[in-house]
Design a protein around this ligand. Structure first.
Ligand SMILES: NC(=O)c1ccc[n+]([C@@H]2O[C@H](COP(=O)([O-])OP(=O)(O)OC[C@H]3O[C@@H](n4cnc5c(N)ncnc54)[C@H](O)[C@@H]3O)[C@@H](O)[C@H]2O)c1
Ligand SMILES: O=c1ccn([C@@H]2O[C@H](COP(=O)(O)OP(=O)(O)O[C@H]3OC[C@@H](O)[C@H](O)[C@H]3O)[C@@H](O)[C@H]2O)c(=O)[nH]1
Length: 370
Protein backbone atom coordinates (compact mmCIF):
# COMPACT_ATOMS: atom_id res chain seq x y z
CA UNK A 1 0.00 0.00 0.00
CA UNK A 2 1.50 3.37 -0.99
CA UNK A 3 1.94 5.60 2.03
CA UNK A 4 1.94 9.06 0.46
CA UNK A 5 -1.01 11.39 0.50
CA UNK A 6 -2.21 12.45 -2.94
CA UNK A 7 -4.18 15.68 -2.80
CA UNK A 8 -4.76 14.77 0.82
CA UNK A 9 -6.25 11.38 -0.18
CA UNK A 10 -4.79 7.89 0.02
CA UNK A 11 -4.76 5.61 -3.01
CA UNK A 12 -4.69 1.86 -2.66
CA UNK A 13 -2.36 -0.12 -4.91
CA UNK A 14 -2.56 -3.62 -6.35
CA UNK A 15 1.08 -4.47 -5.74
CA UNK A 16 3.75 -3.23 -3.33
CA UNK A 17 6.90 -1.70 -4.82
CA UNK A 18 9.98 -3.95 -5.01
CA UNK A 19 12.30 -4.11 -2.02
CA UNK A 20 15.29 -1.79 -2.12
CA UNK A 21 18.70 -3.28 -2.95
CA UNK A 22 20.21 -5.34 -0.05
CA UNK A 23 23.05 -2.79 0.00
CA UNK A 24 20.61 -0.31 1.56
CA UNK A 25 20.46 -2.41 4.74
CA UNK A 26 24.06 -3.64 4.67
CA UNK A 27 25.76 -3.47 8.05
CA UNK A 28 29.24 -2.27 7.14
CA UNK A 29 28.69 -0.50 3.83
CA UNK A 30 26.59 2.64 3.70
CA UNK A 31 25.84 3.24 0.03
CA UNK A 32 25.34 6.76 -1.26
CA UNK A 33 21.91 7.81 -2.47
CA UNK A 34 21.99 7.32 -6.26
CA UNK A 35 19.98 10.02 -7.94
CA UNK A 36 19.11 10.15 -11.64
CA UNK A 37 18.32 13.55 -13.16
CA UNK A 38 16.87 13.30 -16.67
CA UNK A 39 17.27 16.55 -18.57
CA UNK A 40 20.04 17.44 -16.11
CA UNK A 41 22.05 19.32 -18.74
CA UNK A 42 19.23 21.85 -19.12
CA UNK A 43 18.42 25.04 -17.28
CA UNK A 44 16.57 23.84 -14.15
CA UNK A 45 18.19 20.39 -14.27
CA UNK A 46 21.75 21.72 -14.03
CA UNK A 47 20.88 23.94 -11.04
CA UNK A 48 19.23 20.93 -9.41
CA UNK A 49 22.41 18.89 -10.00
CA UNK A 50 24.51 21.64 -8.35
CA UNK A 51 22.31 21.49 -5.26
CA UNK A 52 22.21 17.69 -5.10
CA UNK A 53 26.00 17.48 -5.48
CA UNK A 54 26.45 19.69 -2.40
CA UNK A 55 25.43 16.67 -0.32
CA UNK A 56 28.36 14.28 -0.09
CA UNK A 57 25.99 11.36 0.43
CA UNK A 58 24.56 11.83 -3.09
CA UNK A 59 25.76 10.29 -6.33
CA UNK A 60 24.22 12.05 -9.32
CA UNK A 61 23.69 10.52 -12.76
CA UNK A 62 22.49 12.82 -15.54
CA UNK A 63 20.95 11.55 -18.76
CA UNK A 64 20.33 14.06 -21.53
CA UNK A 65 20.14 14.08 -25.33
CA UNK A 66 21.40 17.72 -25.45
CA UNK A 67 18.44 18.91 -27.54
CA UNK A 68 18.19 22.13 -25.51
CA UNK A 69 20.72 21.37 -22.78
CA UNK A 70 24.47 21.50 -22.86
CA UNK A 71 27.48 19.80 -21.23
CA UNK A 72 28.73 23.27 -20.49
CA UNK A 73 26.02 23.64 -17.82
CA UNK A 74 27.60 20.69 -15.97
CA UNK A 75 31.26 21.38 -16.65
CA UNK A 76 32.10 21.83 -12.95
CA UNK A 77 31.00 18.24 -12.25
CA UNK A 78 32.46 16.37 -15.22
CA UNK A 79 35.15 14.03 -13.84
CA UNK A 80 33.85 14.25 -10.26
CA UNK A 81 33.78 10.78 -8.61
CA UNK A 82 30.16 11.17 -7.49
CA UNK A 83 28.94 12.36 -10.90
CA UNK A 84 28.14 10.60 -14.19
CA UNK A 85 26.89 12.06 -17.46
CA UNK A 86 25.19 9.82 -20.04
CA UNK A 87 24.11 10.88 -23.53
CA UNK A 88 20.75 9.18 -23.77
CA UNK A 89 17.31 9.89 -25.16
CA UNK A 90 14.56 9.06 -22.64
CA UNK A 91 12.33 7.78 -25.44
CA UNK A 92 14.65 4.73 -25.33
CA UNK A 93 14.67 2.36 -22.32
CA UNK A 94 17.35 2.90 -19.68
CA UNK A 95 18.73 0.14 -17.48
CA UNK A 96 20.57 1.51 -14.46
CA UNK A 97 20.28 1.18 -10.67
CA UNK A 98 19.10 4.29 -8.83
CA UNK A 99 17.18 5.26 -5.68
CA UNK A 100 15.52 8.46 -6.89
CA UNK A 101 14.62 9.85 -10.30
CA UNK A 102 14.05 13.53 -11.02
CA UNK A 103 12.43 13.32 -14.45
CA UNK A 104 12.88 16.68 -16.19
CA UNK A 105 13.80 15.65 -19.73
CA UNK A 106 11.57 17.60 -22.12
CA UNK A 107 12.04 20.79 -24.12
CA UNK A 108 10.31 23.55 -22.16
CA UNK A 109 10.44 26.68 -24.29
CA UNK A 110 7.48 26.95 -26.69
CA UNK A 111 9.72 27.53 -29.73
CA UNK A 112 11.64 24.33 -28.94
CA UNK A 113 8.70 22.12 -27.99
CA UNK A 114 6.83 23.21 -31.13
CA UNK A 115 9.89 22.60 -33.35
CA UNK A 116 9.28 18.83 -33.48
CA UNK A 117 5.90 18.32 -31.80
CA UNK A 118 5.78 14.56 -32.45
CA UNK A 119 9.13 14.18 -30.69
CA UNK A 120 7.87 16.37 -27.82
CA UNK A 121 4.86 14.16 -27.23
CA UNK A 122 7.01 11.03 -27.52
CA UNK A 123 9.36 12.51 -24.92
CA UNK A 124 6.46 13.24 -22.58
CA UNK A 125 4.64 9.93 -23.04
CA UNK A 126 7.23 7.28 -23.99
CA UNK A 127 9.96 9.06 -22.01
CA UNK A 128 7.83 9.12 -18.86
CA UNK A 129 6.75 5.49 -19.41
CA UNK A 130 10.40 4.46 -19.67
CA UNK A 131 11.33 6.32 -16.49
CA UNK A 132 8.35 4.82 -14.66
CA UNK A 133 9.41 1.38 -15.91
CA UNK A 134 12.86 2.03 -14.49
CA UNK A 135 11.35 3.23 -11.18
CA UNK A 136 9.22 0.09 -11.03
CA UNK A 137 12.11 -2.27 -11.78
CA UNK A 138 14.43 -0.83 -9.14
CA UNK A 139 11.89 0.50 -6.59
CA UNK A 140 12.98 4.13 -7.04
CA UNK A 141 10.96 7.17 -6.11
CA UNK A 142 10.22 9.34 -9.17
CA UNK A 143 9.44 13.05 -9.44
CA UNK A 144 7.93 14.49 -12.64
CA UNK A 145 8.38 18.15 -13.51
CA UNK A 146 4.94 18.87 -14.86
CA UNK A 147 3.86 22.37 -15.73
CA UNK A 148 1.37 25.16 -15.17
CA UNK A 149 0.53 24.57 -18.84
CA UNK A 150 -1.68 21.65 -17.71
CA UNK A 151 -4.13 24.43 -16.73
CA UNK A 152 -4.14 25.62 -20.37
CA UNK A 153 -5.72 29.05 -20.79
CA UNK A 154 -7.11 28.99 -17.24
CA UNK A 155 -10.63 30.08 -16.43
CA UNK A 156 -9.84 29.92 -12.70
CA UNK A 157 -7.42 32.47 -11.26
CA UNK A 158 -5.12 31.97 -9.45
CA UNK A 159 -4.76 28.28 -10.32
CA UNK A 160 -4.86 25.71 -7.54
CA UNK A 161 -4.18 22.01 -8.01
CA UNK A 162 -7.85 21.02 -7.96
CA UNK A 163 -8.49 22.94 -11.21
CA UNK A 164 -8.68 20.56 -14.20
CA UNK A 165 -7.70 23.15 -16.75
CA UNK A 166 -8.85 24.56 -20.06
CA UNK A 167 -6.64 22.92 -22.66
CA UNK A 168 -6.97 22.76 -26.45
CA UNK A 169 -6.29 19.08 -27.30
CA UNK A 170 -5.47 19.75 -30.96
CA UNK A 171 -3.56 23.02 -30.80
CA UNK A 172 0.09 23.82 -31.48
CA UNK A 173 0.89 23.73 -27.74
CA UNK A 174 -0.88 20.38 -27.18
CA UNK A 175 2.25 18.27 -27.73
CA UNK A 176 3.52 19.88 -24.54
CA UNK A 177 0.48 20.60 -22.36
CA UNK A 178 -1.47 17.45 -23.27
CA UNK A 179 1.83 15.54 -23.22
CA UNK A 180 2.43 16.61 -19.62
CA UNK A 181 -1.18 15.79 -18.73
CA UNK A 182 -0.68 12.23 -20.01
CA UNK A 183 2.63 12.07 -18.15
CA UNK A 184 0.77 12.97 -14.93
CA UNK A 185 -1.83 10.28 -15.69
CA UNK A 186 0.91 7.69 -16.20
CA UNK A 187 2.51 8.68 -12.91
CA UNK A 188 -0.75 8.15 -11.02
CA UNK A 189 -1.56 4.89 -12.83
CA UNK A 190 1.87 3.46 -11.95
CA UNK A 191 1.35 4.67 -8.38
CA UNK A 192 -2.09 3.07 -8.05
CA UNK A 193 -1.35 -0.07 -10.03
CA UNK A 194 2.25 -0.79 -9.06
CA UNK A 195 2.78 1.12 -5.81
CA UNK A 196 5.51 3.31 -7.28
CA UNK A 197 6.41 6.28 -5.08
CA UNK A 198 5.61 9.33 -7.18
CA UNK A 199 5.95 13.10 -6.83
CA UNK A 200 4.47 15.62 -9.28
CA UNK A 201 5.55 19.27 -9.34
CA UNK A 202 3.53 21.70 -11.45
CA UNK A 203 6.18 24.26 -12.25
CA UNK A 204 5.23 27.83 -13.12
CA UNK A 205 7.46 30.08 -15.27
CA UNK A 206 11.00 29.88 -13.93
CA UNK A 207 13.96 32.07 -14.87
CA UNK A 208 17.58 32.54 -13.93
CA UNK A 209 21.20 32.19 -15.02
CA UNK A 210 22.05 29.46 -17.58
CA UNK A 211 18.84 29.83 -19.58
CA UNK A 212 19.78 29.53 -23.24
CA UNK A 213 20.40 33.02 -24.60
CA UNK A 214 18.23 32.18 -27.60
CA UNK A 215 15.83 30.08 -25.55
CA UNK A 216 12.84 32.06 -26.81
CA UNK A 217 11.11 32.38 -23.45
CA UNK A 218 10.13 35.84 -22.39
CA UNK A 219 12.58 36.64 -19.58
CA UNK A 220 15.63 35.42 -21.50
CA UNK A 221 14.42 37.21 -24.66
CA UNK A 222 13.92 40.55 -22.90
CA UNK A 223 17.24 40.39 -21.03
CA UNK A 224 19.22 39.43 -24.14
CA UNK A 225 17.43 42.12 -26.15
CA UNK A 226 18.08 44.80 -23.50
CA UNK A 227 21.78 43.90 -23.31
CA UNK A 228 22.11 43.93 -27.12
CA UNK A 229 20.27 47.30 -27.44
CA UNK A 230 17.49 45.59 -29.39
CA UNK A 231 13.79 46.42 -28.93
CA UNK A 232 11.95 44.32 -26.33
CA UNK A 233 9.41 42.25 -28.26
CA UNK A 234 6.13 42.18 -26.34
CA UNK A 235 3.80 39.70 -28.02
CA UNK A 236 0.31 41.13 -28.38
CA UNK A 237 -1.79 42.07 -26.55
CA UNK A 238 0.83 42.46 -23.79
CA UNK A 239 -1.83 42.29 -21.08
CA UNK A 240 -1.33 38.51 -20.68
CA UNK A 241 0.18 37.73 -17.28
CA UNK A 242 2.77 35.35 -15.87
CA UNK A 243 4.31 34.85 -12.42
CA UNK A 244 8.06 34.29 -12.40
CA UNK A 245 10.00 32.08 -9.99
CA UNK A 246 13.78 32.33 -9.55
CA UNK A 247 15.58 29.05 -10.22
CA UNK A 248 17.14 28.59 -6.74
CA UNK A 249 13.66 28.80 -5.18
CA UNK A 250 12.41 26.26 -7.74
CA UNK A 251 15.21 23.79 -6.98
CA UNK A 252 14.54 24.11 -3.24
CA UNK A 253 10.86 23.34 -3.85
CA UNK A 254 11.62 20.30 -6.04
CA UNK A 255 13.99 18.79 -3.46
CA UNK A 256 11.48 19.34 -0.64
CA UNK A 257 8.79 17.66 -2.72
CA UNK A 258 11.02 14.67 -3.48
CA UNK A 259 11.99 14.29 0.18
CA UNK A 260 8.50 14.79 1.62
CA UNK A 261 5.53 12.45 1.90
CA UNK A 262 3.11 13.96 -0.60
CA UNK A 263 2.64 12.75 -4.11
CA UNK A 264 1.30 16.08 -5.34
CA UNK A 265 0.52 17.46 -7.81
CA UNK A 266 1.85 20.55 -6.07
CA UNK A 267 2.22 23.97 -7.70
CA UNK A 268 5.69 25.46 -7.40
CA UNK A 269 5.91 29.04 -8.53
CA UNK A 270 5.99 32.62 -7.34
CA UNK A 271 2.61 34.29 -6.87
CA UNK A 272 4.14 37.22 -4.97
CA UNK A 273 2.58 38.57 -1.84
CA UNK A 274 -0.90 40.04 -1.83
CA UNK A 275 -0.69 43.41 -0.09
CA UNK A 276 -4.05 45.22 0.15
CA UNK A 277 -3.89 48.97 -0.62
CA UNK A 278 -0.23 48.86 -1.60
CA UNK A 279 0.95 51.14 -4.42
CA UNK A 280 3.90 51.17 -6.81
CA UNK A 281 5.61 53.87 -4.71
CA UNK A 282 5.66 51.55 -1.70
CA UNK A 283 6.98 48.48 -3.49
CA UNK A 284 9.20 48.51 -6.54
CA UNK A 285 7.86 45.38 -8.11
CA UNK A 286 4.21 45.80 -7.29
CA UNK A 287 1.69 46.30 -10.01
CA UNK A 288 -1.27 48.23 -8.69
CA UNK A 289 -4.74 47.11 -9.49
CA UNK A 290 -7.53 49.13 -7.89
CA UNK A 291 -5.54 49.57 -4.68
CA UNK A 292 -4.97 45.82 -4.46
CA UNK A 293 -1.48 44.73 -5.32
CA UNK A 294 0.17 41.44 -6.23
CA UNK A 295 3.90 41.65 -6.51
CA UNK A 296 4.32 38.38 -8.38
CA UNK A 297 1.99 38.50 -11.36
CA UNK A 298 3.09 40.71 -14.23
CA UNK A 299 1.65 41.62 -17.59
CA UNK A 300 4.23 41.24 -20.38
CA UNK A 301 4.25 45.02 -20.77
CA UNK A 302 5.07 45.38 -17.06
CA UNK A 303 7.82 42.78 -17.36
CA UNK A 304 9.30 44.69 -20.31
CA UNK A 305 9.13 47.95 -18.33
CA UNK A 306 10.95 46.34 -15.39
CA UNK A 307 13.69 44.97 -17.67
CA UNK A 308 14.02 48.34 -19.41
CA UNK A 309 14.31 50.23 -16.12
CA UNK A 310 16.78 47.80 -14.57
CA UNK A 311 18.95 46.90 -17.55
CA UNK A 312 18.72 49.46 -20.34
CA UNK A 313 16.50 52.56 -19.92
CA UNK A 314 17.18 53.58 -23.55
CA UNK A 315 15.77 50.45 -25.11
CA UNK A 316 12.50 50.52 -27.08
CA UNK A 317 9.49 48.32 -26.26
CA UNK A 318 7.60 47.13 -29.36
CA UNK A 319 4.49 45.04 -29.92
CA UNK A 320 4.82 41.94 -32.12
CA UNK A 321 2.41 39.24 -33.25
CA UNK A 322 1.58 36.46 -30.79
CA UNK A 323 1.25 32.70 -31.37
CA UNK A 324 -2.02 30.69 -31.01
CA UNK A 325 -3.41 29.58 -27.65
CA UNK A 326 -1.15 31.77 -25.53
CA UNK A 327 -2.57 31.58 -21.97
CA UNK A 328 -4.02 34.95 -20.99
CA UNK A 329 -3.28 34.77 -17.27
CA UNK A 330 -1.24 32.60 -14.98
CA UNK A 331 -0.52 32.74 -11.27
CA UNK A 332 -0.07 29.83 -8.88
CA UNK A 333 -1.98 29.24 -5.69
CA UNK A 334 0.86 27.83 -3.54
CA UNK A 335 -1.14 27.07 -0.39
CA UNK A 336 -0.32 23.36 -0.71
CA UNK A 337 3.41 23.97 -1.17
CA UNK A 338 3.41 26.21 1.90
CA UNK A 339 1.44 23.80 4.07
CA UNK A 340 2.79 20.45 2.90
CA UNK A 341 6.40 21.35 2.03
CA UNK A 342 6.98 24.40 4.20
CA UNK A 343 8.11 26.07 0.97
CA UNK A 344 7.65 29.53 -0.47
CA UNK A 345 9.77 31.56 -2.86
CA UNK A 346 12.26 34.07 -1.45
CA UNK A 347 13.61 35.93 -4.50
CA UNK A 348 11.55 38.76 -5.98
CA UNK A 349 11.64 39.44 -9.72
CA UNK A 350 13.59 42.65 -9.28
CA UNK A 351 16.23 40.77 -7.31
CA UNK A 352 16.43 37.88 -9.78
CA UNK A 353 16.62 39.92 -13.01
CA UNK A 354 20.03 41.51 -12.18
CA UNK A 355 21.46 38.07 -11.31
CA UNK A 356 20.39 36.83 -14.70
CA UNK A 357 21.66 39.99 -16.41
CA UNK A 358 25.11 39.37 -14.91
CA UNK A 359 25.20 35.82 -16.31
CA UNK A 360 23.92 36.90 -19.75
CA UNK A 361 26.44 39.78 -19.98
CA UNK A 362 29.28 37.39 -19.16
CA UNK A 363 28.17 34.90 -21.81
CA UNK A 364 27.49 37.59 -24.42
CA UNK A 365 30.72 39.42 -23.58
CA UNK A 366 28.90 42.77 -23.31
CA UNK A 367 29.78 44.86 -20.25
CA UNK A 368 27.46 47.36 -18.66
CA UNK A 369 28.48 50.88 -19.53
CA UNK A 370 26.19 52.99 -17.29
N1 LIG B 1 11.51 26.56 -16.91
C1 LIG B 1 10.21 26.65 -16.76
O1 LIG B 1 9.64 27.75 -16.67
C2 LIG B 1 9.37 25.41 -16.64
C3 LIG B 1 8.01 25.55 -16.35
C4 LIG B 1 7.23 24.42 -16.25
C5 LIG B 1 7.79 23.17 -16.39
N2 LIG B 1 9.10 23.04 -16.65
C6 LIG B 1 9.64 21.70 -16.83
O2 LIG B 1 10.90 21.58 -16.20
C7 LIG B 1 11.75 20.73 -16.97
C8 LIG B 1 13.05 21.44 -17.28
O3 LIG B 1 12.78 22.63 -17.98
P1 LIG B 1 13.94 23.67 -18.35
O4 LIG B 1 13.35 25.01 -18.29
O5 LIG B 1 15.15 23.36 -17.57
O6 LIG B 1 14.15 23.33 -19.88
P2 LIG B 1 15.45 22.98 -20.72
O7 LIG B 1 15.03 22.91 -22.13
O8 LIG B 1 16.57 23.89 -20.36
O9 LIG B 1 15.85 21.54 -20.18
C9 LIG B 1 15.29 20.35 -20.69
C10 LIG B 1 16.41 19.32 -20.80
O10 LIG B 1 15.85 18.08 -21.26
C11 LIG B 1 16.69 17.57 -22.30
N3 LIG B 1 15.86 16.72 -23.17
C12 LIG B 1 14.84 17.10 -23.96
N4 LIG B 1 14.31 16.04 -24.57
C13 LIG B 1 15.01 14.95 -24.14
C14 LIG B 1 14.95 13.56 -24.43
N5 LIG B 1 14.05 13.07 -25.29
N6 LIG B 1 15.83 12.75 -23.82
C15 LIG B 1 16.77 13.22 -22.96
N7 LIG B 1 16.88 14.54 -22.67
C16 LIG B 1 16.00 15.38 -23.25
C17 LIG B 1 17.23 18.80 -22.99
O11 LIG B 1 18.38 18.57 -23.77
C18 LIG B 1 17.49 19.71 -21.79
O12 LIG B 1 18.77 19.49 -21.25
C19 LIG B 1 10.95 20.33 -18.20
O13 LIG B 1 10.35 19.07 -17.96
C20 LIG B 1 9.87 21.39 -18.28
O14 LIG B 1 8.72 20.91 -18.91
C21 LIG B 1 9.91 24.14 -16.80
O1 LIG C 1 9.72 37.67 -26.79
C1 LIG C 1 8.70 37.33 -26.19
C2 LIG C 1 8.44 35.99 -25.77
C3 LIG C 1 7.28 35.70 -25.12
N1 LIG C 1 6.38 36.68 -24.85
C4 LIG C 1 5.14 36.40 -24.08
O2 LIG C 1 5.55 36.03 -22.80
C5 LIG C 1 4.61 35.11 -22.24
C6 LIG C 1 5.40 33.94 -21.69
O3 LIG C 1 5.94 33.23 -22.77
P1 LIG C 1 7.10 32.12 -22.58
O4 LIG C 1 7.45 31.65 -23.94
O5 LIG C 1 8.18 32.66 -21.73
O6 LIG C 1 6.44 30.97 -21.73
P2 LIG C 1 4.94 30.45 -21.57
O7 LIG C 1 4.44 30.99 -20.28
O8 LIG C 1 4.12 30.70 -22.76
O9 LIG C 1 5.19 28.92 -21.48
C7 LIG C 1 6.01 28.39 -20.47
O10 LIG C 1 5.16 27.95 -19.49
C8 LIG C 1 5.62 27.12 -18.48
C9 LIG C 1 6.61 26.08 -18.91
O11 LIG C 1 6.04 24.81 -18.99
C10 LIG C 1 7.41 26.38 -20.10
O12 LIG C 1 8.64 26.90 -19.70
C11 LIG C 1 6.82 27.27 -21.10
O13 LIG C 1 6.02 26.49 -21.87
C12 LIG C 1 3.65 34.77 -23.34
O14 LIG C 1 2.46 35.49 -23.13
C13 LIG C 1 4.33 35.24 -24.60
O15 LIG C 1 3.39 35.68 -25.56
C14 LIG C 1 6.62 38.00 -25.23
O16 LIG C 1 5.82 38.90 -24.99
N2 LIG C 1 7.76 38.28 -25.90
Amino acid sequence: MAKEAANGENHSTTKPPPNPSPLRSAKFFQANMRILVTGGAGFIGSHLVDKLMENEKNEVIVVDNYFTGSKDNLRQWIGHPRFELIRHDVTEPLLIEVDQIYHLACPASPIFYKYNPVKTIKTNVIGTLNMLGLAKRVGARILLTSTSEVYGDPLVHPQDESYWGNVNPIGVRSCYDEGKRVAETLMFDYHRQHGIEIRIARIFNTYGPRMNIDDGRVVSNFIAQAIRDEPLTVQSPGTQTRSFCYVSDMVDGLIRLMQGNNTGPINIGNPGIVIPNCHRDDHNDVNTDLGFSHAGEFTMVELAENVKELINPKVEIISVENTPDDPRQRKPDITKAKELLGWEPKIKLREGLPLMEKDFRKRLGIHRTN
